[in-house]
Design a protein around this ligand. Structure first.
Ligand SMILES: [Zn+2]
Length: 221
């Protein structure tokens, strides 16, 4: 399905910037995985981006200043569109990421300025994320943790969801796990799943989903 949509220059640059912001080493295989394209497609795209002066490729991929500028603009527009769809049009968080993926490429500078004016500069998107993802090390220093590493018996509030994969968002939505949700960790299981108690009942998350949910402990005061 994804292969029928041409993955634009902006998407590559944004994926590189996001992986960088997460503290990942950006190698072509990571981009192939995240953009759901083949390795040869990534090689071709990187060649083109390099020729245009947007990236440098020496084993790892690095953005040039020009590449970084476009990547940030695209990420910012994605963020603003998500907030517009949610805050102005009331669309639900599991519905909007793909919509924003399409619309982010069509935002003019004037519309971007309007959106910033209307929405304000510092809000989080409905998935709990800011313009760029954060480095997990910094998040842990702030006391946040991925659900996969939560303490058994602990009560937590969901802070944010990794939003790259719309199928994952829909899965989490159906499981009743979204930003702001309060939950209790029943057990971290031997098979790397996590048992969770939610107001609607108990659920079990597998590793890939549990790693994508960031939570913070609820204070007992
Ligand atoms: Zn989002």
């Amino acid at each position: 399905m994804k292969d029928s949509i041409p993955v634009s220059k902006e998407n590559y640059l944004k994926a590189i910037l996001e992986a960088e912001a997460e503290g990942r080493e950006v190698i072509p295989a990571l981009l192939a995985h995240r953009l759901e394209v083949s390795a040869p497609a990534v090689t071709m795209a990187l060649k083109r981006l390099k020729r245009n002066g947007f990236v440098e490729v020496k084993g790892t991929v690095r953005l040039t200043a020009a590449g970084r500028e476009i990547a940030y603009r695209t990420a910012l527009r994605h963020h603003l569109i998500e907030r517009m769809l949610s805050e102005i049009f009331g669309m639900e968080w599991h519905e909007i990421h793909e919509e924003a993926e399409r619309l982010e490429h069509a935002v003019s500078p004037a519309f971007e300025a309007k959106l910033r004016e209307k929405l304000g500069a510092n809000g989080a998107c409905p998935h709990g994320n800011h313009v760029l993802p954060e480095n997990p090390v910094e998040r842990k220093q702030r006391g946040e943790t991925p659900l996969s590493e939560a303490v058994e018996g602990g009560r937590y509030t969901v802070v944010s969801l990794q939003e790259r994969d719309p199928k994952l968002l829909l899965f989490l939505h159906d499981a009743g796990i979204g930003p702001g949700q309060s939950l209790r960790i029943t057990s971290q299981n031997y098979d790397q799943t996590v048992s969770i108690e939610l107001p609607a009942g108990t659920t079990i998350l597998g590793r890939p989903a549990a790693e994508a949910v960031w939570i913070r402990p609820e204070s007992s005061e």
